[in-house]
Ligand binder design. Sequence first.
Ligand code: FES
Length: 57
Amino acid sequence: MYVCLCNAVSDKALREAVRRYQPKSIQQLRQLVPVGKQCGKCIRVAREIMEDELQHA
Ligand code: FES
């Protein structure tokens, strides 16, 4: 499933980046994957996925 349609970032790609690099904030996550760089609609879901992945790490 695509989380960010503008940049074609999937939930799988997000989870992999979170697992590998353990970002501490959405800002750090955005440096790892091109999420939320255009319309910004995906940021909320991206944050939820990041938090979920960090909790289950
Ligand atoms: Fe991610 Fe638009 S859906 S920036």
